[in-house]
Design a protein around this ligand. Sequence first.
Ligand code: NAP
Length: 516
Amino acid sequence: MLPPFTNEPIVLFTEPEQKLAMEQALQQVEREFGREYPLVVGGEHLLTADKFNSINPSRTSEVVGVFSKGDAETARKALAAATKAFDKWRWTPPEERARYLLKAAAVMRRRRYELAAWMVVEEGKNWIEAYADVAEAIDFCEFYAREMMRLGEPQPLTPYPGEENNLYYIPLGVGVVIPPWNFPCAILVGMTTAALVAGNTVVLKPASASPAIAYKFFEILEEIDLPPGVVNFLPGSGGVIGDLLVSHPKTRFIAFTGSQEVGLRINRLAAKAKKSQLWIKRVIAEMGGKDFIIVDGSADLDAAAHGIMTSAFGFQGQKCSACSRAIVTDDVYDTVLEKVVALTKEKVTVGDPRDFSNFMGPVIDAAAETKILEYIEIGKKEGRLVLGGDKRSAEGYFINPTIVADVAPTARLAQEEIFGPVLAFIRARDFNDAVKISNNTVFGLTGAVYSSNRAHLERARRECHVGNLYFNRKCTAALVGVHPFGGFNMSGTDSKAGGRDYLLLFTQAKVVSEAL
Ligand code: NAP
């Protein structure tokens, strides 16, 4: 009998042994720099002639790993291997499938510092963010294992005289799992394990900026003896092999997390049925956000400033849930702005996150850096630059935390996802105006409200149209099981990862009725 699910504890590196464990893990990971990694198709390790490097965004001369690149031929092979493996895996009992996840969680727990260290060097995450990413991945395994056991039990149906009725949650088939680079352990592990524990087989195409941590998870799947072909590891450019994987007639579903642009493309392509295709493809697509924190005059302004600062600049603002709009009522606007600027100056140190004292590391790559700096230039015209606004150093993609004040709600800085350390301050006339402004983008992912006015909070509860709304706390850091996560509108299909409804997306319900 399994104990009930609880979240994996987060380490804040307050104890010397925790710091030592991380330092040793970083040294171990650095010794592995430059190693070559294969594609894995049907259990077979394949090295291709065409390769790409994973680079440390803090020090771009460091090659974290060298990866074989999937192409059309290997993509077709991976789909064929997953199709073959599905024939057997689909009949593996739910409890047995769940046990693989529990075992994977146990291995990840043992290797948690090492996995976190990979994200420090491959992603530029600081230690706490990297550790939290691993803890979330462990949570997904533990949570979905229990969920599959629950769905594998007899399901409640209304009794009917003269019949025995049963409902079974059966798998869909072969899925293509396409995660983003920003939670390269948690989201990748969450989408992959949900798919496989539900009885599906998978072609996993990791993001090109984070293949090393993806491979480390794949290594764990091999270590726990997951049958070959249940998960196939296929790094490679999404732009090159993505369309083929999504459009292939054998693909039954696509689990995607990433940008709005790619998510909509996948949705469009998946909707076109090929001649030999037997099903309507299912698309689970979680996409971007333009998340907000509202502050009114009744709020604890210090707490609000702290929430805005950590939500805006944690992991360099590269979270789908990051606060990119501070919407503050006129009566306290200047005070809150001043507090956030002061706090950011004091707390947000920028530099190589291998050094524990740095709060913010680099942004992910050169393209992200260019895009963010372009938005900052737009921001300088659309508002008043009050902090940052420039690049930190010659080497590494470091951008200073940037705050632009007096941004109009309709300005590009207030409407478009930047995905970097850029925060727009927007002045609202009053709370009504603040709620209206919060809802005026195409997105609907996360938001927070700082207020001690009960009527305001209840109004926000009803009217702020986001998938995850928080009161008097930051708008990031959703926990598995506690805050099922997913957004409305152009933020995605509201799949609510880490919640009780999530695995249903990876199954279909079959009802069998027998006359007695
Ligand atoms: P992205 O550029 O859309 O890439 C996401 C994944 O899609 C990558 O694996 C990418 O591969 C792949 N891809 C690219 N083009 C493709 C195509 N034509 N067909 C199929 N796959 C393709 O997004 P990202 O920059 O990695 O991630 C940041 C975005 O993710 C932000 O918008 C953020 O808000 C969003 N996000 C949302 C959530 C959520 O839960 N709502 C969570 C995290 C992140 P390559 O790397 O090879 O290009």
